[in-house]
Design a protein around this ligand. Structure first.
Ligand code: ADP
Ligand code: G6P
Length: 507
């Protein structure tokens, strides 16, 4: 019996043994900043971090993430590369050489994989897979993924209990395969992919070698989590199409490859309902809400809240607003568009250009329509989560029109905290469409004219219909928070571990 089988048999014997849960992600749950001569820690506010808070109460959680800043690196040095307990979470940061990290993040993960999966190409011109891309693939993406796997394997080697590893997102597609090589079959490997997984055609742009390595690596997992069933189905199709000897035997959610049965399953991510409701009442939020009320005055509010990100379709959203003002002059002087935008991935040229175009477009609309008392568009750039939550309480219309989006948490946050029976304008290509589509006004992200008409419809919708839709949306969001998102994944992995353990003890 191998050591791992022994461990699994032990598990079966000692019913209730808690596994070690390992999360691996590029961006970690904490950021470190220098203060005087000390390093201070700040907890991030993302959904995953919040979900983990609840998880850490029940399980031992080890989080492996990249050291992103200079201070993160200093923190690693100070702790001699060892796991540290930070606010109840066992944390280990991966310190990749800077040049390799740049290639992994700024050449492969964000401009290439993100663009493929959100289908953002201007196909006659981009992408061009150049010598630089190949170099970045081998020296950056492959190398950083390998390093992640090595650090994870090193961190769990003395666990003496079952281990479940959850690599997160498109940065870490090669981690499952490297982990399998290092740890064998005894650990459960269960990646979750936060962004859309398009069908086989979209993946054509990747060279065969790269495409195959990504798919084969993911097929070294036990289960792969996606935001929607559609993403899971697309993955199964890609595996059938591109991986020789991978079969689905007619299934929409399972791939059989080599000796492995790999499940592709939807676990739609959500928000922390209790925490958000508390935050909506905090003094800082109330203050920012009062400022926003003052700014909007008697106008109706059309709001959007996004990272500055081409897939969010901010430009067509502005175009639609302009078209609405053109076609429905009765809204002049009565409606205010506010876009709260967080700078993101500014090292990537497409993102810099996108911000410039947004500012120019907003400027043109204001130049054309402003009068002494009214400026139709206001863009506020910066990360201010309290301001985002305060503004979400006030919108009459929330515009969520991405070209493609894994889920779009803004849509869920908005409908939960809004107090104006606001209408949600939702793209049919956001993952949230599958849960919230029935009670939102659905827009095609490319159809500027219909988006403008949907804005008009939302602004003129009878109060009773607004109320009915808003209540139905709120109910749906309240029905599934972020804790259940994670617990479903852990439950599935535990079930598989127990099954494996039973088999090991009877063989
Ligand atoms: P993505 O993961 O692609 O950025 P999501 O909508 O799923 O998109 O999640 C974005 C998160 O970032 C949400 O929690 C949202 O409230 C927050 N956020 C987005 N824009 C801002 C902003 N301008 N200020 C503060 N927080 C923001
Ligand atoms: C999306 C991705 C995440 C990523 C986040 C912010 O939500 O799915 O993996 O962390 O955007 O992007 P950044 O590049 O700033 O980490």
């Amino acid at each position: 019996m191998t050591a791992q089988e022994q461990r699994l048999t032990d598990l079966a014997a000692r019913d209730g043994t808690q596994p070690l849960i390992v999360i691996a992600s590029n961006r970690g749950p904490f950021s470190f900043t220098p203060k005087d001569d000390e390093i201070t820690v700040k907890r991030g506010s993302g959904g995953l971090v919040t979900a983990l808070g609840a998880l850490a109460e029940r399980h031992e959680v080890l989080w492996v993430a990249a050291a992103l800043s200079k201070t993160d690196r200093q923190w690693v040095e100070q702790n001699q590369d060892q796991v540290q307990n930070v606010e109840g979470v066992l944390l280990r940061l991966v310190r990749a050489p800077k040049a390799r990290y740049e290639q992994y993040y700024n050449v492969i993960a964000n401009p290439l994989l993100w663009f493929i999966q959100h289908q953002l190409w201007d196909i006659p011109r981009t992408p061009s897979i150049t010598a630089e891309t190949w170099k970045a693939w081998r020296n950056g993406y492959v190398a950083v993924n390998k390093l992640f796997a090595e650090v994870i394997a090193d961190s769990v080697k003395d666990a003496h209990r079952p281990v479940i590893i959850f690599p997160q997102d498109y940065h870490l597609y090669l981690v499952p395969r490297f982990l399998r090589e290092l740890l064998g079959d005894g650990v459960q490997i269960q990646p979750f992919i936060h962004i859309p997984w398009p069908g086989p055609d979209a993946w054509r742009v990747l060279p065969k070698e790269i495409r195959l390595l990504i798919l084969q690596s993911l097929l070294a997992s036990d289960r792969i989590g996606f935001q929607t069933q559609r993403d899971a189905f697309n993955f199964v199709q890609c595996a059938r199409f591109y991986v020789p000897d991978a079969h689905s035997r007619g299934s929409r959610d399972t791939v059989y490859y080599q000796d492995r049965t790999v499940h592709a399953k939807a676990y739609p991510i959500s928000i922390d309902i209790e925490k958000l409701e508390e935050m909506a009442e905090e003094p800082q939020t109330r203050l920012l809400k009062a400022q926003m009320i003052n700014f909007i005055g008697d106008n109706k509010l059309i709001l959007r809240v996004d990272r500055i990100e081409p897939s969010k379709n901010i430009l067509r959203g502005l175009e639609a607003f302009r078209e609405m003002l053109d076609n429905h002059p009765e809204h002049h002087g009565r409606v205010q568009m506010v876009a709260l935008l967080v700078p993101s991935r500014m090292e990537v040229s497409e993102y810099q250009d996108y911000l410039r175009e947004i500012m120019a477009q907003a400027g043109l609309i204001n130049a054309e329509y402003s009068d002494d008392y009214w400026e139709p568009v206001r863009i506020l750039v910066g990360e201010n989560y309290h301001r985002a939550i305060a503004s979400m309480q006030l919108y009459d219309v929330l515009l969520v029109n991405p070209i493609a989006d894994g889920m779009n948490l803004v849509a869920k946050e908005g409908v939960l905290v809004n107090q104006h029976d606001g209408v949600l304008l939702l793209s049919e290509h956001a993952g949230a469409f599958y849960e919230l589509g029935d009670d939102a006004l659905i827009v095609s992200p490319f159809d500027v004219y219909s988006t403008a008409e949907a804005m008009h419809q939302a602004l003129t919708m009878p109060a009773a219909e607004r109320q009915r839709r808003a209540e139905a949306l709120r109910e749906k969001v309240r029905g599934a928070g972020v804790r259940s998102w994670f617990h479903h994944q852990v439950e599935d992995a535990m079930r598989a571990l127990n099954h494996q353990a039973r088999n090991a003890s009877t063989s």
